[in-house]
Write a protein that binds this ligand. Structure first.
Ligand code: ASP
Length: 316
């Protein structure tokens, strides 16, 4: 494993298995009254968020705190970025604190890769524009494996705005690497040309949705749309919304959040027992603990950085 986590593409199946196994051991810690281990005591983790986030930011914060790291969270609004400081200058300034890890979310594809060049900290991509969101994919694998038992051979349909979705890209790579059969589905304007090269099938209608074991719905990423990709949200919903009629009783439903109720999902399926949406949020903490552990204290850690590596989850 690389010293950073920038993309799912750089993870082998073994790397993924190891992170999921580690997350499993942290799930036990999360069940304790004191949900804390000393693994990253004395080490600094910086959360640098240049784009809106609820789940990713809060779960990385909790993950770092539960590993006993010292944590700083910076958002673009209210920081010197508002005064025109560049990303490079910000990263170099923050690197003066000798952080062990920088977690970066940015509206620009490739931003996490750039940050990795400017700092000696481990860099974790928490979503860079339309490119990738690797920890989302890992927590989705973890959640699905827990519910389904095994990932091998599962048929996963990813439905919606694939074009603007970093989650779609990371999840196609992650699900296929773990032996799932992935199909993407949406209006032709929202399916990138050549996406099959990532190893997935493509459908433009939901006619064969019944063949899926798992339906993974995506949000319409209106903030990334420069033109009009669908005639109207109403028409989009008429053709692609997952509702109680379209979702079969044995199919599982996933969504990375935030959900646009009544657009990509109907209310009745969000609250159905097949929906894993709340479990996905819960998994975010233990999976992000596992990623921090792997990069800073586990096998992925650079030589000399394995402080606490021998520390299996123990109470702090
Ligand atoms: N929360 C996910 C992301 O940051 C999905 C979304 O925003 O639709 O990419």
């Amino acid at each position: 494993m690389q010293p950073h986590l920038l993309s799912v593409d750089e993870l082998s199946r073994d790397d993924i298995e190891r992170i999921l196994g580690r997350a499993e051991s942290f799930a036990e810690v999360s069940g304790r009254e004191i949900k804390k281990v000393p693994t990253l005591r004395g080490r600094t983790v910086i959360n640098l968020f240049y784009e809106a986030s609820t789940r990713t930011q809060s779960s990385f914060e909790l993950a770092a705190k539960r590993l006993s790291a010292d944590l700083i969270t910076l958002k673009a609004a209210g920081s010197a970025v508002d005064k025109g400081e560049s990303l490079k200058d910000t990263v170099q300034t923050l690197s003066a604190y000798d952080p062990a890890a920088i977690i970066i979310r940015s509206p620009h594809a490739g931003a996490a890769g750039l940050v990795a060049r400017w700092t000696s900290a481990a860099v974790i991509n928490a979503g860079d524009g339309k490119h990738e969101h690797p920890t989302q994919a890992l927590l989705d694998l973890y959640t699905l494996k827990r519910r389904a038992g095994s990932l091998e051979g599962l048929k996963v349909w990813i439905v919606g705005d694939v074009l603007h979705s970093r989650v779609a890209r990371s999840n196609i790579l992650a699900f296929t690497r773990m032996g799932c059969e992935v199909t993407v589905c949406g209006p032709p304007t929202l399916i990138p040309r050549g996406i099959e090269s990532l190893g997935c099938g493509v459908r433009y209608t939901l006619d064969e949705l019944g063949s899926a074991d798992v339906v993974y719905a995506l949000r319409m990423q209106r903030e990334r749309m420069t033109g009009s990709f669908v005639p109207s949200l109403r028409e989009y919903a008429a053709c692609y919304q997952i509702d109680g009629r379209r979702l079969g009783p044995s199919q599982l439903l996933m969504h990375p959040g935030p959900v646009n109720r009544g657009v990509e999902l109907a209310a009745e399926v969000i609250d159905s027992p097949q929906a894993l949406i709340t479990e996905q949020v819960e998994s975010g903490i233990v999976v992000r603990m596992a990623v921090l552990y792997e990069l800073l204290a586990g096998r992925g850690a650079p030589n000399g950085a394995r402080a606490g590596a021998e520390t299996e989850p123990q109470p702090a």
